[in-house]
Structure formats: structure tokens, C-alpha cells
Design a binder for this molecule. Structure first.
Ligand code: C2E
Ligand code: MG
Ligand code: MG
Length: 697
């Protein structure tokens, strides 16, 4: 196997350090992350073919030394190279770790080239091929390394039956048997149909067969039929190991969903067709039933104060794309089960629409923190390598006589005020939100007229070279010269226009302005200054974009090299494949492509790995505390060094202070754009600036 595509696990609880490490190892394609020791062990249990573990010494739940000890105890992980990460001061620790079997060390802060060399050396160490021998397989150790309550089982497919090779004690507990009973039962071929609910059995079997044939791990929520006949919801994660023996061994982690022991759950069974006002997938009351039940509850309890909550899973479409609709469905079922168990008879609940759930309950019973906590661990329970986030809009029912649908609208208004906010996960409705909504509505009403009347204008913000102290380019930024509100910033209307797609018209309008400006300078014999324009993701995914742009430039006789395109990092999150295609096509057509707001999203490094780009614009907002945080400085250094290694130029955006500027000069950053040198300017003022300042030719 190619060294660069071997599995590497970074076990490190500090997110910036993980980012840094990934950056340093950017050309390794199979890097995984664990944020604490338990997660690391759980990953290694499923991936004994991991070629290298970068192991942080200090981590929550299980520290690096304990992980190391457990690895060395396991026949499959005993020889896996471990690079221990620690602070420079920990000399004693290093001796201890060496005794425990660490292969090498790296000290923080990391020295990129040194670390890369260490990793390369370690990957060259030949590793005994991972082989699993069911006889000596240390399942107990793996079991200890998973969280309490979950069980582990290894299955073997023989003669068309799935047989247990091993089932941990907690599996017996989950299924309601004693360990001895379960061990006896495990010998039978028919154990699976006995412990899995009949309606879920065939789907599980199908997934297991698929796993055996296609080696695709799966994750499924199903019902366990316990010995006493009660039903327990559980999530099964199954993965495959190539054994030293002939058979394929499937290693399943069964994670019971908290509070899901419920005899009635079979009636609200996920796969049952929705009838009598229930939702087909989750079995929760549908929206109409929720409206009806809630109306009744409010009318019958006039003295009581209520809250109505709408919860929305973020970017659920991405989850479906990444993991498939089956996992998506499982998440929805889990979510539904949690809403139901939280309300627990104290109010009403339902599925509002696709990935939105609603509930209404007395204010005195509603504890926001518990409600939010109930949602946060869904991704870890399902063992998704994806951070599932949920946003909540809460309407304290101040006017109990309005329609329930109106109450939901208010909760949704509150919800939309925090949507996309990664820190704030909830908002309470208040009247000012409604006013803001109305103001938004006004913007939407005015937009067409504004475009026709030429009320949108182009501002230009210069980009300076730090090497030459000259202007090297400019970015075209839109402003709305509104007849009543004056100059309106794009932050106030672009997000709305992205939603209603008007942004596609606006982008074309701005591109035309930029092309006309470049042509005008050329006509007047002035030094050309490359202009970059912003391309919204909606335009980006139009397959005719390269041709449309070439036609535009041809019309104005402008060279594509002067016309640069900024695409934002978040477009990658939505559709990586399409973004790769779109940027490749644009670069093939001769355009320079910039990645905008780098570092503001979640997939920055992944995107860099996948997509060749020309210029990296580093978002300074994520380094707000540069002055007080040495970590921020390290990240910035790391990012710039990554860009240099990838042959990309860098622009630091949003440079406001002399401190930032002085620091950037020491990092090797190429260019800066920011208020420190100049705000975005109307074209006339920009022209004046160009006349007064040197331009790099
Ligand atoms: P962007 O493309 O990242 O543009 C840079 C933004 O940072 C601009 O905000 C600019 O005024 C601001 N900025 C520059 N230097 C500093 C600084 O030192 N400090 C601070 N705090 N801010 C600085 P602006 O003009 O409000 O634009 C906001 C965003 O709106 C842009 O971010 C871009 O994503 C979008 N946008 C602007 N014009 C267009 C357009 O024509 N089409 C599209 N699709 N989006 C546009
Ligand atoms: Mg931009
Ligand atoms: Mg930007």
C-alpha cells in the first residue's frame, strides 16, 4: 500500500493542535481524529490496521499513557507505531512512555519539517500484518475501552447463519439475559432472530450480508427484543475485520439509547406506515396531530405557562449525502426518541417537518440545559465522524389564544436567528425578532427595483503586497445605495439573496461592473490591477459558468488573468464533488481561483487536500485574539506554511492593527487586505488611491 494512504490516527483533545497536525501531514490521505482516549481506543478496536497513532499525553476520559498501555496489551495493536505528543517540559514522562512502548516523541509547539520526517520514518517501520485469531482475541480489553452500557459482539457468517463468536457481558444485559443464559443461547444459530425484533431482523440481516460482501461498515438503530418481551432501542455499529481464520468477523458495538426501554415503542415503531396522524418514519405524531394535541392541552390548562420549541438538525442534507439516507433515517429516529423521552408525558411533541421536531410543555417542567444536553451526544452515540448540531427556537407562549401554527412560526423566527451559529444553539422568541423579519421582507420587496435602478454599486478594496509594499490587486465588494436606508452592507442582504437565489443576478451584475472597470483602465492606458470578484455557491454550481465568464470577458476584451474568482470555503461543505469539478473547470479556462474566508468553516484542510487552488485568503476573524493567544499565532504560521508547501499565495483578510501587520510580516504571508491600509472604496476614491500609491506591475 502507498505510504501516504495508510491510516493515521490523531488522538488529541485540542482542536487547534489537531488542525495543525493535519496541516503538517497534508499529503497523507487517510487521517482520522479522536478527541479523547476512549474515542481513540474505540477507533483502534475497529481499525487494527492503523499504521500510526499520534497520541497526545494529556486527554480527558483516558490519557495517552493508558491508551498506550492498552494498545501494547492487545495482540493487534502491540506493534503499531505510536508517536507521543507532549509539552517540552515533560522529560520524566518521556522515559515512562518509552518503557510503556512509545515509538517516538514530538514536542509542542511542533516543528513542521521535523514532525513530517518523524512520521515518514515511523511509517517505514514494517508492521506485522494485523491478524485476528478469535481464540486469543482480547475482546474484554476492547469492551473496557468502550463506554459503559455499550456491548460488543463478534459475529461469524457460516452456512448462511450469523453466529456469535463472542458477546460481551453487557450484550447479555442489554438483551435482558444473564451472562450464562446468553452464553448458552449464543451457541444457537437462531439467536439473532430471537433477540432482534422480527420487523428489524430482515433489514439487519441485509446490512450484515452487505457488510460481508461489500465490506461497508453500517450503523443502524433497531429494536432489541428482551427476554421478558420488552423492547429496547439500540444502535448497532458494525464493521469488519479480516481474520487470520477463513471467515469474516464482524465486530458490532451495540449502544443502547438512553431511556428507550418502552413496551409501547413497538407501536410507534419507525418502520410502521404512518397512520392515524403519526409520522411514517419516526412514529411521532405528525404536525397536524401536534397542532391538535397542543391546542387541547393549552385549552385545558389555562392557568399554566407553556413553552413551545422547534428543534432543527443542521445541514441534515449533508448528513444524508455523507452517510446515506439509511444513517440519516436512523438519526431522525434517534432524535424523535429523544424528544419523546424528554417530554416524557409532560406535554406534546411531534415531527414538524423533515428534520425539524416540535414539542410543547409547561415552562416549569422545561429545563433548557437538559433539553440541549439530550441532543448533543447523538453523533457520538452513533459513532459518526461528523459533528451533528441542532438549533432550537423557543416560544414562551405569551398569547395562548393564537393559532398553534402561529406559535410554531414564532419559534421558527427565533430558530432562524441562530441558524448557522456554531456557538449559540437556541434563541427565545421576542417581538424585536418579528420586526427584523419584517425589515427583511422589505429588502426582498425592494430588490428587483434596486437592480433596475442601478442602486447596487461596486466598491473596491485594495490588496497590498507585504514583500513590495505596493498595491497588487483589489476585491470588488457590493454596496446597496438604498433610497431610504442609505448605504447598506452586503451582510444585511446577501444571506437573504442566497436563500431566494437573487444572488445569481447580483453576482452577474457585479462581474459586469468589474469587467467594465478593467476595460476602462485598459482603454485609458492605465496600469492593470487584477480585480477579484465573489462567486456565490449558486453560480459556482452552474456548469456553464466558465463559458459565461469567458464570454463576458471577451465582450469587454479583458484577459482572464486580470479577473479573479473568490469562492468561499463553506461551498465545500455543501457539495465537495461539485466544487472540485467547478474549480477545476474554472482553472482550466485560465482563471485564478481564490479560496475566501479560509479557516472560517469546518472543512478547511480537507478542502485544501482535495482542490488545487491558487490563492488562499485567510480569515482573520478566526484569529481575533492573535495578540493574547500564542496558539492563534501557531495556527496562522501553520496555515501559511501549508499554503507555501502547496504552492499557493496567501492574503490575510481583515487586517486592522499594526500588531497584526507586524506579526504577519514575520510569517511569510504574501499579501494583506484590511482596514489598516484601506476600507473598501467607491471607484472614484479607489482611482485616487491608485494614483497616489505605487502599484506592482
Ligand atoms: P468577503 O468576500 O470575505 O469580503 C471581505 C469583507 O471583509 C468585506 O465585507 C470587507 O469590507 C471586510 N473587511 C475588509 N477588511 C476588513 C477589516 O480590516 N476589518 C473588518 N472587520 N472587515 C474587513 P463586506 O464588503 O461587508 O462583504 C461581506 C461579504 O459579503 C463578503 O465577504 C462576501 O462574502 C459578500 N459579498 C460582497 N460583495 C459580494 C458580491 O458581489 N457577490 C457575492 N456573492 N458576495 C459578495
Ligand atoms: Mg471575498
Ligand atoms: Mg473573505
Amino acid at each position: 500500500m502507498d505510504v501516504k494512504s495508510q491510516k493515521i490516527l490523531i488522538a488529541e483533545d485540542d482542536a487547534p493542535s489537531r488542525i495543525m497536525l493535519r496541516g503538517i501531514l497534508h499529503d497523507y490521505s487517510n487521517i482520522f481524529e479522536a478527541t479523547d482516549g476512549v474515542e481513540a481506543m474505540s477507533f483502534l478496536a475497529r481499525n487494527p490496521d492503523t499504521a500510526l497513532v499520534l497520541l497526545d499525553y494529556l486527554m480527558p476520559r483516558m490519557d495517552g499513557l493508558e491508551v498506550l498501555t492498552r494498545m501494547r496489551m492487545s495482540p493487534y495493536l502491540a506493534h503499531t507505531p505510536v508517536l507521543l505528543l507532549s509539552g517540552a517540559a515533560h522529560v520524566d514522562l518521556r522515559t515512562r512512555a518509552l518503557k510503556l512502548g512509545a515509538t517516538d516523541f514530538a514536542t509542542k509547539p511542533y516543528h513542521g519539517p521535523l514532525l513530517r520526517q518523524r512520521v515518514a520514518n515511523l511509517l517505514r517501520i514494517p508492521m506485522p500484518a494485523p491478524a485476528i485469531d478469535p481464540e486469543s482475541f482480547d475482546y474484554e480489553m476492547f469492551e473496557r475501552s468502550t463506554e459503559d452500557g455499550s456491548g460488543i459482539a463478534a459475529l461469524e457468517l457460516s452456512d448462511g447463519h450469523f453466529k456469535f463468536l463472542y458477546a460481551s457481558n453487557s450484550c447479555a444485559k442489554i438483551c435482558g439475559y444473564t451472562v450464562a443464559e446468553f452464553a448458552e443461547l449464543s451457541k444457537e444459530d437462531s439467536i439473532l432472530p430471537r433477540v432482534i425484533h422480527p420487523d428489524d431482523y430482515s433489514s439487519l440481516r441485509q446490512s450484515l450480508e452487505g457488510l460481508a460482501a461489500d465490506r461497508k461498515p453500517f450503523c443502524e438503530t433497531l429494536r432489541i427484543q428482551r427476554k421478558d418481551g420488552s423492547i429496547h432501542h439500540a444502535t448497532v455499529y458494525a464493521d469488519i475485520f479480516d481474520g487470520a481464520v477463513e471467515q469474516l468477523i464482524c465486530h458490532a458495538v451495540v449502544v443502547p439509547i438512553p431511556d428507550s426501554t418502552d413496551k409501547d415503542v413497538s407501536r410507534t415503531k419507525p418502520l410502521f406506515p404512518g397512520k392515524d396522524g403519526t409520522d411514517a418514519l419516526t412514529g411521532l405524531p405528525d404536525r397536524i396531530s401536534f397542532f391538535r394535541d397542543t391546542r387541547k392541552m393549552l385549552d385545558e390548562n389555562r392557568q399554566e405557562k407553556f413553552v413551545l420549541i422547534i428543534s432543527d438538525i443542521d445541514r441534515f442534507k449533508v448528513v444524508n449525502d455523507l452517510f446515506g439516507t439509511r444513517v440519516g433515517d436512523n438519526i431522525l429516529m434517534q432524535f424523535a426518541a429523544r424528544v419523546k423521552s424528554y417530554v416524557n408525558g409532560r406535554g406534546t411533541f411531534g415531527r414538524y417537518e423533515s428534520d425539524k421536531f416540535c414539542c410543547c410543555m409547561p415552562e416549569r417542567d422545561f429545563d433548557l440545559n437538559t433539553y440541549l444536553k439530550n441532543q448533543t451526544d447523538i453523533s457520538s452515540t452513533l459513532d459518526l465522524r461528523y459533528n451533528l448540531t441542532v438549533h432550537n427556537g423557543i416560544y414562551p407562549v405569551t398569547e395562548p389564544d393564537i393559532e398553534i401554527s402561529q406559535m410554531c412560526d414564532r419559534a421558527k423566527i427565533a430558530l432562524s436567528s441562530v441558524k448557522g451559529n456554531y456557538i449559540q444553539r437556541y434563541a427565545f422568541y421576542d417581538e424585536s425578532m418579528r420586526q427584523a423579519m419584517l425589515a427583511e421582507q422589505q429588502i426582498l420587496n425592494d430588490m428587483h427595483a434596486a437592480l433596475e435602478n442601478g442602486d447596487f454599486v461596486m466598491f473596491l478594496q485594495p490588496v497590498y503586497s507585504l514583500h513590495f509594499d505596493k498595491i497588487v490587486a483589489a476585491e470588488a465588494l457590493i454596496r446597496w445605495n438604498h433610497p431610504q436606508h442609505g448605504l447598506v452592507s452586503p451582510g444585511q442582504f446577501i444571506p437573504l439573496f442566497e436563500k431566494n437565489r437573487f444572488i445569481t443576478n447580483l453576482d452577474h451584475y457585479m462581474w459586469e461592473k468589474a469587467a467594465a472597470y478593467l476595460a476602462e483602465r485598459e482603454k485609458n492606458g492605465l496600469t492593470p490591477v487584477p480585480i477579484s470578484v465573489n462567486v456565490s455557491r449558486m453560480n459556482l454550481f452552474n456548469t456553464n459558468l466558465p463559458q459565461d465568464l469567458l464570454n463576458l470577458l471577451k465582450r469587454y476584451r479583458v484577459k482572464p488573468t486580470l479577473f479573479r474568482l473568490e469562492i468561499t470555503e463553506s461551498a465545500y461543505m455543501d457539495n465537495p464533488e461539485q466544487l472540485i469539478q467547478a474549480t477545476t473547470a474554472l482553472r482550466d479556462a485560465g482563471f485564478t481561483v481564490l479560496i475566501d474566508d479560509f479557516g472560517s468553516g469546518y472543512s478547511s484542510l480537507k478542502m485544501l487536500k482535495d482542490i488545487p487552488l491558487d490563492i488562499l485568503k485567510i480569515d482573520m476573524k478566526f484569529l481575533d485574539n492573535l495578540e493574547s493567544s500564542s496558539r492563534a499565532a501557531v495556527i496562522l504560521l501553520g496555515v501559511i506554511s501549508i499554503a507555501q508547501h502547496l504552492g499557493m499565495a496567501t492574503i490575510a483578510e481583515g487586517v486592522e492593527t499594526k500588531f497584526q501587520l507586524d506579526f504577519l510580516r514575520t510569517t511569510g504571508c504574501d499579501n494583506i487586505q484590511g482596514f489598516y491600509f484601506s476600507k473598501p472604496l467607491p471607484v472614484k476614491k479607489f482611482e485616487r488611491l491608485l494614483m497616489e500609491s505605487p502599484i506592482l506591475i
